[in-house]
Write a new protein. Structure first.
Length: 305
């Protein structure tokens, strides 16, 4: 249910957010990190921010590229795969990849099947909720194999529970998003090809209808980029003797350069540097081996880098 009070939305930046599904919760966390404050009624799909001239519009993720591309909303978060499936690449600009919602669009077939490659699957029945991307992929294979007319791969659309299609006898293979692969394995399927890797993206209209909101788009994009970077990096601090400074800074060169401050004790310095969160444990091991002492790791809430 989409209710819009035109007067309340006048002059505001319209920001489309997935209303449910795999991206919704992460989007809410991202908005909080960017200090976009709002209260949303359970039965309303539009609400205004309390501290910015922004209105949040909650839409199905699959509709967001079209709304943004046509300029009906100014900014949106959806999947990179959804933008491609909607064929909106020319009408929207991907401002940033957001580091969550990562998965792969894969061709999957039954484990017990004699089909081992996409060439084996060509000319047979394929079911997907990504009909355009699937058709595009198999068109190139059909063309390479010189399959024409009734020989071409048959693509059918299914909106949900795609993994059940093979077991029900509706398809010889499927194309669907895969995150961990557990659902596919439980359905007796395995991957034979990956069409693309995807994640959540922040998008804006390539030809905006409301140019006056451009400065606010830039501000929000910078804030969101800061939250994404803060989730990726941590601050590592440690003490080290100057004789070993070159060795430890070779391990932690930082994004630009480490911050080095002298300690009261002669020939000792404190080093502060940003490191990738996923590598922080192994970096600490290396630093200890190189002579660093008193190591600390701090999480970041937000940053601008």
């Amino acid at each position: 249910m989409l209710r819009i009070d035109a007067e309340a939305l006048e002059g505001r930046l319209l920001f489309a957010i997935p209303k449910k599904g795999r991206l919704y919760e992460k989007c809410i966390e991202l908005l909080s990190g960017a200090d976009i404050q709002f209260r949303r009624s359970n039965r309303l799909d539009v609400c205004v921010a309390l501290n910015h001239d922004i209105a949040l519009v909650f839409l199905p993720a699959s509709d967001i590229p079209s709304f943004v591309g046509k300029g009906d909303v100014d900014l949106g978060i959806t999947g990179h795969d959804v933008v491609l499936e909607a064929q909106m690449e020319g009408l929207v600009t991907e401002i940033a990849r957001l580091g969550f919602g990562k998965c792969s669009l894969q061709v999957q077939v039954p484990e017990a099947s004699s089909i081992k490659t996409v060439e084996d699957l060509a000319g047979k029945r394929v079911v997907s909720s990504f009909k355009h991307l699937t058709r595009e992929h198999f068109n190139s294979i059909d063309s390479r194999l010189q399959l024409e007319g009734d020989q071409k791969t048959k693509i059918e659309y299914v909106g949900g529970s795609v993994e059940a299609a093979c077991a029900l006898g509706l398809a010889d293979g499927i194309v669907d998003l895969v995150e961990s692969g557990e659902t596919m394995r439980a359905a007796g399927l395995h991957a034979i090809a990956t069409l693309l890797k995807t994640e959540a993206v922040l998008i804006k209209s390539t030809t905006p209808k409301r140019p006056h909101v451009a400065p606010l788009i830039d501000k929000i994009a910078n804030r969101i980029a800061g939250v994404v970077a803060a989730n990726k990096y941590v601050v590592c601090q440690f003490n080290v003797h100057r004789d070993k400074l070159a060795a430890v800074t070779a391990i932690t060169p930082g994004r630009r350069a480490p911050t080095i401050s002298p300690l009261e004790e002669d020939n000792w310095v404190a080093v502060s540097v940003m490191v990738e969160k996923k590598k922080s444990a192994s970096i600490m091991d290396e630093l200890v081996g190189a002579g660093a002492e008193d190591l600390l790791i701090f999480n970041l809430n937000n940053c601008r880098v």
